[in-house]
Write a protein that binds this ligand. Structure first.
Ligand code: GLU
Length: 563
């Protein structure tokens, strides 16, 4: 405890001396939490200690603060490279090997929130040379979707994750039965056949239902009947005994297994009783030797339930590490919301560009490394993080700018004839401005009589004024002489000068459709080299934005990423 006080004082002093003599409590708590991840669950205590330190430091004079800081020693700043934002895991020395897991429900596509959990779990396993497990939590036959197993794995691989072991809980049902039976026979679980409303009413008053205290033999009999399919959905549920006056009624005698008649998409009709999340996840974490459970703080109550099961079974609970929620403005990140919109046809699929699913981001040309870096920078904060698209764009831009080849594309093209131009047949331009080794693309120039034919983007064309001199990017300067349905211009010279540089297309341009982030489609002409690109390539259409080639045949389409 003295150590924590010392750290709090150190950060309060550092903060005060950097900010005109007044330390900011929030900032100090933030630093402490980052430094002491083991204290995340005791944030209130930590805040209290910080509050005392800040109050004390703020009564001191600046000289006093500097003096004390010198005495106590400077703060250790986190290195802002590589591991940015990612603090060490607590309890490392308690375990021989770090084992983490990612446990998705195969009932919908992964979105950025899942990626964060998966990435953190993976990253820590790798950092400590431990083991990373992928576990499909598919014990609800009613919403499990067969296609999701592969889709999720594809998304995880794409992000760059690899796992050392893979499980589907639907293969492990016998194991859950074994524990259920053991708990029932030991009187630590029971089969409740009360109507749910009645059970809840009693439970909320802290009272046992009539089933609870019947002898284990009676419950074993009911259990047999459940397994035989004699009790169906809603008629029976196995409950884990807790204290009936647990402060949170939702924890009291929580449900662990229930009958389900619907066949499971993976294992069919083999089982008519299925475990619920808290039961199978808790058992698996133990059975799989998971040392650190990293998950969203929305599972806090679940953790309380699971801890009780661990006590019943005489196990010690793994180190639980929670993170806050990740939200994006205007984005339905929840699986349920997403699935509903897809089913109703409101969204075109898991990769609809309006979604924050991994599939949608991939389709838009986000590169995995950008997502990885962003998530690791957000790190393991307990507070909720709101992520803006701009931030995501900035991370992606930093990477794709280096690798994406450049092309010209003009949306809503308008024709322009240029007179008196030198007789050029083509122009060769670099694929990447800073990477001559990437080679060149050829833009053929189209002649009609003795005029050169170009197309400009509708927006550029509209902005031009008669008499204005501008440059056709990387080619020549022209002066607008006529602004009718077709623009007419005069050649002015080749050398780079002042004035706007507009991109253009000329001979053999190809039609291209670009799907914008709001699902609107922009149609335009792209330079011919674009027709030779392959699906999946990320390019930059100059002055327009980054995009990923989505289809080549029967139609050339791209999906817009960002500016
Ligand atoms: N299947 C659970 C989920 O996706 C896992 C939660 C946990 O990590 O325990 O929410």
């Amino acid at each position: 405890m003295e150590d924590i006080r010392r750290e709090a004082l150190r950060w309060a002093l550092a903060n005060a001396t950097e900010h005109g003599g007044k330390a900011d409590l929030k900032a100090v708590v933030g630093k402490l939490v980052a430094e002491l991840p083991g204290w995340r669950s005791k944030i209130r205590e930590l805040s209290e200690i910080a509050r005392e330190a800040v109050a004390e430091v703020n009564t001191w004079s600046r000289e006093e603060q500097l003096l004390q800081l010198k005495k106590i020693g400077p703060v250790k700043r986190q290195k802002h490279e590589g591991r940015r934002g990612l603090s060490d895991l607590p309890d490392i020395h308690k375990y021989r090997e770090v084992v983490t897991r990612f446990a998705p429900n195969p009932n919908g596509p992964l979105h950025l929130g899942h990626v964060r959990t998966a990435l953190l779990s993976h990253e820590y396993a790798r950092r400590y040379k431990g083991k990373f497990i992928l576990r499909f939590e598919d014990t609800n036959p009613e919403n499990t979707m067969l296609e999701m197993y592969e889709l999720i794995k594809r998304d995880l691989r794409w992000i760059g994750l690899s796992w050392d072991e893979e499980y589907a809980q639907s293969d492990r049902v016998e194991l859950y039965y074994k524990y259920a039976e053991r708990l029932i026979s030991e009187g630590k679980a029971y089969v409740c056949i009360c109507k749910i409303e009645r059970f809840r009413k009693l439970r909320d008053r802290g009272e046992a239902c009539p089933c609870r205290d019947l002898p284990p033999d009676e419950h074993l009999g009911r259990w047999e009947r459940m397994l035989a399919g004699d009790l169906s959905k809603g008629e029976a549920v196995v409950r884990i005994k807790t204290s009936m006056d647990h402060p949170n009624p939702a924890v009291r005698d929580w449900p662990a297994l229930r009958p389900v008649t619907r066949p499971h998409p993976r294992v069919g009709e083999r089982y008519s009783v299925w475990p619920l999340y808290n039961f199978s996840a808790a058992i698996d974490d133990h059975e799989m030797g998971v040392t650190h459970v990293i998950r969203g703080k929305e599972h806090e109550v679940n953790e309380q339930r699971q801890r009780i099961l661990y006590e019943h079974l005489g196990w010690s609970y793994p180190t639980a590490v929670q993170h806050g929620r990740l939200t994006m403005p205007g984005m339905p990140l929840s699986k349920t919301q997403t699935m509903r919109a897809i089913q109703s046809g409101e969204l075109s699929g898991y990769d609809d560009v309006r979604l924050g699913t991994v599939a949608a981001l991939r389709r838009r040309g986000f590169v995995p490394e950008a997502i990885r870096q962003l998530m690791l920078d957000i790190g393991l904060t307990l507070v909720d993080s709101s992520l803006s698209w701009e931030t995501l764009y900035a991370y992606n831009r930093k990477i794709v700018d280096r690798m994406a080849n450049r092309y010209f594309f003009v949306p809503e093209p308008v024709e322009m004839l240029v007179h008196h131009a030198p007789k050029l047949r083509e122009v060769r331009l670099r694929l990447h401005p800073n990477r001559p080794e990437s080679g060149e693309r050829i833009l053929p120039l189209e002649w009609r009589g003795d005029a050169l034919v170009f197309r400009l983007s509708g927006r550029d064309a509209a902005s031009l004024k008669k008499g204005q001199v501008f440059r056709l990017k990387d080619l020549m300067n022209v002066k607008l002489v006529e602004k009718g349905k077709v623009l007419e211009a005069d050649f002015q010279g080749m050398e780079v000068g002042e004035g706007p540089k507009l991109h253009w297309v000329s001979g053999c341009a190809v039609w291209l459709e670009v799907v914008m982030p709001d699902n609107r489609v922009e149609r335009g002409l792209a330079e011919p080299a674009v027709a030779g690109l392959q699906t999946g390539v990320v390019v930059q259409f100059e002055r327009y934005g980054f995009a990923r080639i989505d289809t080549v045949k029967p139609k050339l389409t791209a999906v817009y990423a960002h500016r």
